[in-house]
Design a binder for this molecule. Structure first.
Ligand code: T1G
Length: 692
C-alpha cells in the first residue's frame, strides 16, 4: 500500500513518498499528500515542509494506469494548489527522477533542491498528452517560456545541473540532499518571504513572447497534425495572455480532451506493452544471470560495428573480430567516424566519445574471443558460414560464455547444433543501424538455458534496447510479417498500383517511408540475394535487380535518383516495365484506392501475426506491436499492427482476407484459424490474450 512517511524535526516536516517501484502519484499518494499538507498548516511544530521520494525515483509522474478510467479524487491540480497556497514554505528535495506530475509537484513548491544525479522532465507528449497539472503554466514562469516549451515538446529529462542553469532548480545539493533542503526550507520560513510560482512573471517579457512564438511556428511546421503539440502551444500562449487560474483551467481542459484521444490511448497502450514485452514466460527475478563484463563481436561490417557501439555506449568493453586486417580497419574506422559525427552534431561530448572509443578494440582471428562473456556473431547471412563460425567459437570461447547470432531470419537451432554447448547459444537480432534502432529480438532456441535468456533480457535493457523474446521460425516475428507485406506489395504492383501510389498510401497511414522507397534505400539486391538463396521470386523486384537497378546506391530502383537526390522521382520506365511483366504473368491491371492499398498490404501482416501467436512464436499480441513500433516504424500513435487490427475489427479483416484469397487464388491470404475464430466470436486479440 502506498505510504507517505511524515517526520517532523527541527521545525521541518519531511514528507517521504514511498510507492514502489516509481512513486507514481496514484490516488492514495495524492490523498495522503493533500492530507499531510493540510494538517501541517495548523501544526505549530512545523515551520516548513519538505517533499521527497523514497528510493532512486523522486516521483515518476501521474499513475498512467488510472487514465481513461473515472477520475479518483483528489485530482492532482487540487493537491498542487494546496502546496502552492500553503501558509508554510514547501521545498521539493528531488532525490532522483522527477517526471511529469512529479516535476509538477516540485514546480508547485516554493523552492527546488535537487541531488546532482537527479533528472527532471515533462514527458507527457510521448503519451500523446500535455502536462495536465500546471506544468505548462508554472515552468514558463520559472524559465524562459521558449525553453520551457522546448522541454515539454521534446519530453526528455535534463540533468539537475542543466535545470539549475535554466532556472527551475534553485540548488543542486553539494552533499546531503535533505540537509540542504532543510536549510533552504528554514531560511524561507524565517525570512517570511517565499514566492508562489503562479505569481512569478519576470520571464514573461515581449522578447520572450517572440522567442516562444518562433519556437511554436517551428513546432507546427514539423508536426502539423499532432493535437497535443497544438494544445501545448495554446497552453503556453495562455501564460502570456491569461491570468494564472485561467491558464490552469485552459491547460486542464486541453489535457482532459487529449486523454480521451485514440492516439493518446494507443501511446499509453504502447507504454505498458513495451514493459510487458520484457516479461518472458518461465523467466523471473529469481532466474540466475551470468555476468557480462566483456563482449566480442564477430564481423566489423555495418551491423558488427553498430553492435560494438551498443556495448561501448553501455560502458562494456568490446573486441571487434575480423578475419582480415583491412576489413577490421575499415570497420573500426567507420565506428570512429560515427562517434565523430555525433560530436560534430553536439549530441555527444568529446570526452564521452573518447571514453566510448577507448572501450572498443579490434583483433584478427577468433582467438580474441577467449575471455569474452558474450560473443555476438554478425557475419554474412549464410547458414554454412554461421555454423563454421560457431564451431570455432565453441572451441575457443570460455565455458559459460554466451554465444549469440545476429541472424535476421535463419534457424538458430541449426546454428546452436554446430556447437557442443547449445544451452549457451541464442539469437540477438539487432536492427540496422544497431546503435540507433531500439528493438532487439531475442530469439530463443529450444535448448537455450533460462539464465542465458534472462541475462540477454537484462543486457538488452542495459544497451538501451526494447528487448522482445521470440521463438525460432523463418524471420522470427518482424521479418516474417514483413515478408507478407513485401509479397502483397509485389502483387499489387503487378495488379496496377503504381510505386508512388503504394508508398503514398503507406506514408499517409503514418509510416515514415513506403515499402518501395525503403527498398531503394536499403538496396533491392539484399532481398534479391535472399530470394535466390531460398529459391523464391518476386518478378518486379528481381527484374529491376537483373537490370542493375538496386535503388539509391545505383541511382535507380523503383524510382530514379538524379545526382545526389535523397527523394526518388517517378520513373516511367519502371511503370512501363511493371505493365510488361504483368502482361507476361497474365495479370489484369486496374487502379486501387488508398484504403485498398493499405488493406492489401497490412491485413496479410495481421494474418501472419495471428499465426505467430497461435504457434507461440510471440508470447502476446503486445509483443508483436512493440516489435513493429520499435523496429519497423509502425506509427506509435496507432499502437501496432495487432492493436490496430482490434480497432479495425477482426471480422472486417477476416472478410477482406477471404475476398483477397478468392480473388487471387492464394490460400496464404485466407484468414488464419485464430483470426477466423476470433472474428467469428467477435473478440479482439487483446481479449484473447487476457483470456489465454
Ligand atoms: N504510472 C504507472 N506505472 C508506471 C509509471 C507511471 N507513470 N511509470 C512506470 N510505471 C510502472 C511500469 O509500468 C513498470 O510496471 C514499473 O513501473 C517499472 O517501470 C499529470 C499526466 C520512470 C523512467 O511518462 O518513463 O504525469 O511492468 O520498467 O526502466 O501532467 O518507468 O513492473 O508492472 O519503466 O526503471 C508521466 C513513465 C506520466 C514516466 C523508470 N511520467 N515511466 O524506468 O522501470 S503522465 C512518465 C518511465 C503525467 C501529469 C501527467 C519509466 C521510468 P511493471 P519501468 P525503469
Amino acid at each position: 500500500m502506498p505510504k507517505i512517511h511524515s517526520d517532523v524535526a527541527g521545525g521541518v516536516a519531511v514528507l517521504r513518498i514511498s510507492n514502489p517501484p516509481v512513486n507514481a502519484l496514484g490516488q492514495a499518494v495524492r490523498e495522503q499528500l493533500l492530507d499531510l499538507i493540510t494538517r501541517a498548516q495548523d501544526d505549530a511544530a512545523v515551520e516548513a515542509i519538505i517533499i521527497t521520494g523514497e528510493g532512486k525515483v523522486f516521483i515518476a509522474g501521474a499513475d498512467i494506469s488510472e487514465f481513461g478510467k473515472p477520475p479518483l479524487p483528489p485530482a492532482l491540480p487540487e493537491v498542487l494548489d494546496a502546496i502552492e497556497n500553503s501558509a508554510k514554505p514547501v521545498v521539493a528535495a528531488i532525490n532522483g527522477l522527477a517526471l511529469g506530475g512529479g516535476l509538477e509537484v516540485a514546480l508547485a513548491g516554493h523552492a527546488r533542491v535537487a541531488s546532482a544525479s537527479a533528472r527532471l522532465g515533462l514527458p507527457e507528449v510521448k503519451l500523446g498528452l500535455i502536462p495536465g497539472a500546471g506544468g505548462t503554466q508554472r515552468l514558463p514562469r520559472l524559465i524562459a517560456p521558449a525553453a520551457a516549451f522546448a522541454l515539454m515538446l521534446d519530453g526528455e529529462p535534463v540533468e539537475a545541473a542543466r535545470a539549475l542553469e535554466l532556472g527551475f532548480v534553485d540548488v543542486v545539493a553539494p552533499g546531503d540532499l535533505l540537509e540542504t533542503a532543510r536549510d533552504k526550507a528554514l531560511a524561507l520560513a524565517r525570512a517570511g518571504a517565499w514566492r508562489r510560482t503562479g505569481d512569478a512573471s519576470a520571464t514573461l517579457t515581449e522578447q520572450a513572447r517572440e522567442d516562444f512564438e518562433e519556437r511554436a511556428r517551428e513546432a507546427l511546421r514539423r508536426q502539423p497534425d499532432a493535437p497535443n503539440v497544438a494544445a501545448l502551444m495554446e497552453a503556453v500562449r495562455g501564460v502570456f495572455e491569461l491570468p494564472f487560474a485561467e491558464g490552469l483551467a485552459l491547460e486542464r481542459s486541453r489535457f482532459r480532451t487529449l486523454v480521451d484521444d485514440p492516439r493518446a490511448q494507443a501511446l499509453r497502450y504502447s507504454f505498458f506493452a513495451e514493459r510487458k514485452a520484457g516479461q518472458v514466460p518461465g523467466i523471473g527475478r529469481e532466474t540466475p544471470r551470468r555476468e557480462i563484463a566483456r563482449a566480442a563481436v564477430i564481423g566489423a561490417g555495418t551491423m558488427g560495428g553498430g553492435i560494438a557501439m551498443c556495448f561501448a555506449n553501455a560502458g562494456i568493453p568490446v573486441t571487434v573480430v575480423e578475419v582480415a586486417e583491412d576489413a577490421l580497419r575499415r570497420g573500426i574506422g567507420r565506428v570512429a567516424a560515427l562517434y565523430e559525427s555525433s560530436v560534430g552534431r553536439g549530441s555527444l561530448s568529446r570526452e564521452e566519445a573518447d571514453r566510448r572509443t577507448a572501450l572498443i578494440d579490434g583483433a584478427v582471428g577468433y582467438d580474441a574471443v577467449a575471455d569474452a562473456d558474450i560473443v555476438v556473431e554478425a557475419a554474412f547471412e549464410d547458414m554454412g558460414v554461421k555454423q563454421e563460425i560457431f564451431a570455432s567459437l565453441d572451441r575457443i570461447a570460455k565455458p559459460g560464455a554466451i554465444l549469440a547470432t545476429n541472424t535476421s531470419y535463419l534457424d538458430v537451432n541449426a546454428i546452436a547444433a554446430a556447437t557442443q554447448r547449445p544451452q549457451d547459444v541464442i539469437g540477438l537480432h539487432f536492427f540496422s543501424p544497431a546503435n540507433v534502432m531500439r528493438l532487439l529480438e531475442i530469439v530463443r532456441p529450444e535448448a537455450t538455458a533460462a539464465d542465458v535468456v534472462a541475462t540477454c533480457g537484462d543486457l538488452g535493457r542495459k544497451l538501451g534496447k526494447v528487448a522482445v523474446t521470440v521463438g525460432v521460425c523463418f524471420g522470427f516475428v518482424g521479418n516474417r510479417m514483413l515478408a507478407r507485406r513485401t509479397a502483397a506489395t509485389e502483387r499489387l504492383l503487378l495488379a496496377g498500383a503504381l510505386p508512388h501510389e503504394i508508398d503514398d498510401a503507406i506514408t499517409g497511414f503514418g509510416f515514415r517511408m513506403g515499402p518501395l522507397a525503403m527498398g531503394d534505400l536499403a538496396g533491392l539486391d539484399i532481398g534479391w540475394r535472399t530470394r535466390k538463396a531460398q529459391g523464391t521470386r518476386a518478378p518486379v523486384a528481381d527484374t529491376l535487380c537483373e537490370l542493375g537497378r538496386f535503388g539509391q546506391k545505383s541511382g535507380r530502383g523503383f524510382y530514379r535518383y538524379p545526382e545526389n537526390a535523397r527523394k526518388g522521382e517517378r520513373d516511367p520506365e519502371v511503370e512501363a516495365l511493371i505493365a510488361e511483366i504483368a502482361q507476361r504473368e497474365g495479370v489484369e491491371r486496374r487502379s486501387f484506392s488508398t484504403e485498398e492499398i493499405v488493406a492489401r498490404l497490412l491485413y496479410p501482416m495481421v494474418n501472419e501475426g495471428a499465426r505467430i501467436l497461435a504457434e507461440k512464436i510471440a508470447a502476446r499480441p503486445g509483443d508483436i506491436d512493440v516489435i513493429w513500433v520499435n523496429g519497423y516504424n509502425w506509427p506509435a500513435w496507432r499502437g501496432g499492427p495487432m492493436y490496430w487490427a482490434d480497432a479495425v475489427g477482426l471480422g472486417v479483416i477476416a472478410g477482406q482476407l477471404t475476398a483477397f484469397a478468392d480473388r487471387e487464388g492464394d490460400e496464404t491470404l485466407r484468414p488464419a484459424p485464430l483470426l477466423a475464430e476470433l472474428a467469428e466470436a467477435g473478440l479482439t486479440f487483446r481479449q484473447w490474450a487476457e483470456g489465454a
